[in-house]
Design a protein around this ligand. Structure first.
Ligand code: GAL
Length: 410
């Protein structure tokens, strides 16, 4: 009883002294919430109380929309999950605080990989704090179904289609897929990177080179992409990614193309990498790595400013060594900070880490690492419309995509 009273008193004191920080994010699926809770706990140890502003919706589309409304009405949250070129957009309209004003960033060149630093730098200044590195171009295999049907790992697209036919014939869903714009485009991105290679992928989806975007090779990518549709389950249309990943957990589907946040979910459900699910390269993608780096920005506030020490505590926690290990273990990503002890990480994370350090890296355009979310939204809608409309033509679609990109950029 005495202990309980003491504990309650301590909790009260913690509550009185902890300062709130309102954080907008979209980590709402299983695995994501576990990772977020680790962050919340780490902050509380620094006396910072997480004020949750979570918006459900894959890839953060709804969250970013809500953020725009809050920011335009002059009431942004203290911190938000913003990544890639969107960091530059928010910086240029003068809404963000420079990280160098908040905390000491002098060690960043030593502790963060160059590509990560470049991602959070705008006009020579760090404008966001990175937290993790997700790999997007994974193919996940359901071990039980692969064992039952004695299927090999698909390493070419020919073998992939052959295996998908066998899974379908055995009465399973071949590809777990939720069928939303964002998931359709993620599927496309993985296939496009595989078929085009890193150089052409970058020319098309980072530089938006018209010749590559409308090339016969790109038309071929779209045609191959459409072939995947028959292996998805139409009743899953409109479902979120974690609902699709659940089909792997329930042994209803054989494979899924998804970033490694799906691994975070399966692990949180008690599944084990290489025992329950297997991570492999997307066919014909050895050494190619499409990256997605999550980061947080701090908003300039007119009225109630977030105290500096709270901002500093938040920023420093994100990059602290223990937190980097604990958080990324739960999230399914790899640490953004170099030199983190990864003994507790599974084989998939080790593969991700090795490929990140030695493979060819490209920014994931479906995860907003290659363009602003505004442009990304238009692109993923065009890709998704093509995928879901049997009558849509690949040549028209590439021309339309290229035109739409030009219209937005020029
Ligand atoms: C991405 C985010 C990941 C993951 C995923 C699914 O945009 O970068 O961390 O959570 O959405 O929600």
């Amino acid at each position: 009883m005495k202990c309980l009273t003491l504990l309650l008193a301590l909790l009260c004191i913690a509550n009185v002294y902890a300062s709130d920080i309102e954080v907008l994010h979209w980590w709402t699926a299983k695995g994501e919430t576990e990772a977020q809770a680790i962050l919340e706990k780490a902050l509380l140890e620094e006396n910072i109380k997480w004020n949750n502003f979570a918006i459900v919706g894959e890839g953060g589309e709804s969250a970013v929309r809500v953020l725009h409304m809050r920011a335009l009405s002059g009431n942004p949250p203290d911190v938000a999950q913003i990544k890639g070129p969107d960091i530059g957009e928010w910086t240029r309209i003068g809404m963000l605080e420079e990280i160098g004003q908040i905390t000491d960033t002098s060690l960043w060149p030593q502790i963060l990989p160059q590509i990560v630093r470049e991602t959070v730098t705008v006009d020579g200044k760090y404008m966001a704090v990175p937290i993790n590195i997700h790999r997007v171009n994974w193919l996940w295999l359901n071990k039980a179904i692969f064992d039952q049907l004695s299927l090999p790992v698909p390493t070419t697209w020919d073998s992939f289609f052959d295996i998908a036919d066998k899974i379908k014939a055995a009465g399973y869903i071949a590809i777990a897929h939720g069928g939303t714009d964002w998931q359709d485009a993620l599927l496309f991105e993985s296939m496009a990177l595989s078929l085009l290679g890193a150089e052409k992928y970058k020319q098309a989806f980072v530089e938006h080179d018209k010749a590559v975007l409308t090339s016969p090779e790109m038309i071929h990518v779209f045609e191959q992409f459409k072939r995947l549709h028959q292996y998805t389950d139409s009743s899953m249309r409109g479902k979120d990614w974690y609902q699709a990943s659940q089909l792997i957990s329930n042994n209803k589907a054989g494979m899924q193309f998804m970033g490694d946040w799906a691994k975070g979910m399966w692990n949180a459900q008690g599944k084990t990498a290489m025992v329950d699910y297997i991570c492999v390269d997307v066919p014909e993608s050895k050494g190619l790595f499409s990256y997605n780096i999550d980061s947080f920005v701090f908003f300039e506030k007119n009225g109630s400013k977030t105290p500096r020490e709270i901002q500093r505590g938040f920023a420093d926690t994100l990059l602290s060594e223990k937190f980097q290990a604990d958080f990324n273990l739960a999230k399914g990503s790899i640490p953004v900070r170099k030199g983190i002890n990864m003994v507790k990480f599974d084989q998939c994370s080790h593969k991700s880490f090795a490929d990140f350090n030695s493979g060819e890296l490209v920014p994931s355009f479906t995860q907003n690492l290659a363009s602003t979310s505004y442009l990304q939204n238009i692109m993923i809608k065009i890709i998704s419309n093509y995928f879901n409309n049997p009558a849509a033509d690949a040549t028209n679609t590439v021309n339309y995509l290229s035109l739409a990109i030009r219209a937005i950029k020029e």
